[in-house]
Design a protein around this ligand. Structure first.
Ligand SMILES: [Zn+2]
Length: 71
């Protein structure tokens, strides 16, 4: 029989370590402040990064918006 307390646990999205999903964990769903900052930083980094390496399919797509007659 296990005596583990009924703590709501989940896995840290960054490192995969068990993280506490209660208000005791101010960094949930991350396991620690470090993981939270790292993951948040990575997310912001990707958001600010312009994907120049990827071919702009939207630009190659011929759009007829310019020929739409205005009101
Ligand atoms: Zn973590």
């Amino acid at each position: 029989m296990s005596r583990q307390p009924p703590l709501r646990s989940l896995r840290c999205p960054h490192c995969g370590q068990p993280a506490i999903a209660t208000t005791d964990n101010a960094f949930r769903p991350f396991c620690s402040e470090r993981c939270k900052l790292i993951d948040l930083g990575a997310w912001l980094g990707e958001a600010h990064r312009i994907p120049l390496a990827t071919p702009p399919d939207d630009v190659l797509d011929p759009s007829d918006e310019s020929s739409v007659p205005g009101p």
